[in-house]
Design a protein around this ligand. Sequence first.
Ligand code: HEM
Length: 336
Amino acid sequence: MTTTDLPAQPTGTDLPERVRRFPWPFPADRYRYSANVEPAARTVTTTAGAWGERLVDVDADHHHELAAREQVLRADPSRCAVLAHMVPATWDAMLFLMREMSSGYPASFALRRLDDGSWHWRNDLLGLEQRFVVGNASTLPADPLRYIGAQVQEDLVLLDQREDALWADAALVTSAADWSVNFDVGMSFLQIHGPVPRVHEEGVVPRAQQFLLRLQPGEPYRRTNWTMTVDRRLDTATETYPQWGPDRSRLTAADVGRRLHLRVEVQHLLRLPDSGCILFLIRTHLLSLAEIAAVPAWRRQLASVLAELPQDMVDYKGLTRFRDMAVTWLQADSPQ
Ligand code: HEM
């Protein structure tokens, strides 16, 4: 990122950038599921700083996260899946993201329409230049979703709207929080949310679907979701469970502050202008308990949320083995 693209930082604080820009997900000391959607691209001020200025966010972890994504995709190409009828939507999504990136970070990205109707894309962060014709696959080095997915930190899901329902028919996801994109592609919005406790009887998921069915182009929304992860690991897909699952039981009181992370997803929801499909962007942020403890109000609030969280939500989120240890650590007078 060039200096001119850097977000304005709150002054008078020596907290690290990762803490200052962290999307704190808790409005209160008690947490329950809700549709919790709000208009996107509006800055939210937190106790430690601010976040939320842009839909596509480039931060200090950009190169590291893109390299990690490539590694996951090389090891398991099924993390990117596009059903045949979604190809036009992948071009639509790619153009949308390029426009967002060039308006959000004009010193790093530029998208230009040429006189002959083709497009020119420049990504100075990765040293890329590409001229392409929308709909002509031979003008890109990879499929559109795969091409743009290698240039954004966000996970990408495309939902088709038909029969008054939404279907997740294309996706590139390398940071799934304990789910499988390969399993979910082709499933409906309601089916995908099948394993989530409470949300069906409380009407959260049907209400969210009604909201999404009415979403208009040019009116992006966002929401946050959270869970917890051991270490700074983005790929916690079902497929790689043997690599990360056992760490949940290996945490100790001595290393929980350093190793256990609050994992927050900033999710954007928007209707694409040409295909009419919904683009769902998932951006994952990780902050360790030790980093959270640098903000006393956050430390107290996370302790309260975790201590009060009902057991079915604890189990679904995979916190069962360490919830009590985390609460004890956060409630200690001087957590180490
Ligand atoms: C999980 C709500 C949009 C895919 C969840 C969870 C909630 C939720 C409450 C449980 C999260 C947790 O405890 O960690 C919503 C709401 C939405 C929305 C209110 C919109 C307003 C979407 C969209 C997709 C999606 C557009 C894209 C297909 C998923 C997946 C999971 C999930 C894959 C994990 C399910 C599993 O455990 O297998 N969602 N969601 N969500 N959501 Fe959504």
